[in-house]
Write a protein that binds this ligand. Structure first.
Ligand SMILES: NC(=O)c1ccc[n+]([C@@H]2O[C@H](COP(=O)([O-])OP(=O)(O)OC[C@H]3O[C@@H](n4cnc5c(N)ncnc54)[C@H](OP(=O)(O)O)[C@@H]3O)[C@@H](O)[C@H]2O)c1
Length: 276
């Protein structure tokens, strides 16, 4: 696969399929690791208000000298900012922290179904898109019902960002997203660097290609059409994850990795139950 391949979003914009995630990275560290990621070639950064590192991400972008139009920056609206007016204020605050005039993608971080504010928030998101403060708008961690409600407004999210890795491959939600013309973004794509990197099947495939387990998992995400943004604060791994684009798996290997999914493979909260 060629490096920095982009996928088409349903609103006409495009998104680099491989990006760089910065959850659990402190703002100062984020400045350094985003600088490294940009240096190796990443052009897509996934952050969020709740990560507390938008400033560091923004400083790395500013110092990089890379033209803004070559970058793709995502941030997310945190749960306590759901609602119409608070969403309009939240995007301004995120842009201020990032030092940017616009983000490429703005996401509602969790659907929070019991709060029942996601449709009101989605209305504000449409205004944010019209104002040019976000080029594209989407959702993250939406239940099937919440996603359908949003689709029914007639303004279909560009992406749906969900937990997705080999042991929790979200086949059903991926199909729902695809049916609605929504790109699926995979969060915790490496299973947070835990058991998945030790998996025997993945290890065997890695050995056959002279690659690492993380590279095999990234290549799998790319092959099945996910947008993916592994996080690392380790320079060699950042380079390694970028180089995973050069790895092509066979159809049989992809099937073997598809077979690793488990009912209990989820690492984070179930969006239906996360209402705090
Ligand atoms: N929307 C949401 O609710 C949501 C939730 C979670 C995450 N996300 C997004 O998804 C991004 C990625 O998910 P994540 O940060 O949870 O986890 P991840 O990318 O699945 O895994 C990160 C872990 O894997 C390790 N790692 C990375 N590359 C490696 C390699 N080549 N070899 C061995 N270990 C490697 C990292 O270690 P080191 O850093 O020590 O190198 C880190 O411990 C986040 O940063 C965030 O942008 C979104």
């Amino acid at each position: 696969m060629s490096k920095n391949q982009t996928l088409q979003l349903n609103d006409g914009h495009s998104i680099p399929q491989l990006g760089f995630g910065v959850w659990q990275v402190e703002s100062d560290v984020a400045e350094d690791v985003v600088a490294k990621a940009l240096q190796v070639g990443f052009r897509h950064i996934d952050t969020a208000k709740i990560y507390g590192n938008e400033e560091g991400v923004g400083r790395a972008i500013a110092k990089s000298g890379i033209p803004r139009e070559e970058l793709f920056v995502t941030t997310k609206l945190w749960n306590d900012d759901q609602g119409h007016d608070s969403a309009l204020q939240a995007i301004d605050a995120s842009l201020e922290r990032l030092g940017l005039d616009y983000v490429d993608l703005y996401l509602i971080h969790w659907s929070q179904p019991e709060k029942g504010k996601y449709l009101e928030t989605w209305k504000a998101f449409q205004e944010i898109k019209e104002s040019g403060k976000a080029r594209s708008i989407g959702v993250s961690n939406f239940t099937e019902k919440a996603l359908q409600d949003v689709v029914d407004t007639g303004v279909v999210p560009a992406v749906h960002q969900i937990e997705l890795h080999p042991s929790f491959n979200q086949q059903r939600m991926r199909e729902i997203d695809a049916r609605n013309g929504i790109l699926t973004e995979a969060w915790s794509p490496l299973g947070q660097g835990k058991e998945e990197l030790q998996d025997e099947t993945i290890g065997r495939i890695a050995e056959a290609h002279g690659a690492t387990p993380a590279q095999v998992i990234i290549a799998w995400h790319l092959a099945i059409g996910n947008v993916v943004f592994p996080k690392s604060v380790t320079p060699e791994r950042i380079q390694q994850n970028w180089d995973a684009q050069e790895l092509t798996l066979t159809a049989e290997e992809i099937e073997q990795i598809n077979g690793l999914t488990r009912e209990d493979g989820r690492l984070g909260p179930d969006p239906a139950d996360f209402n705090d």
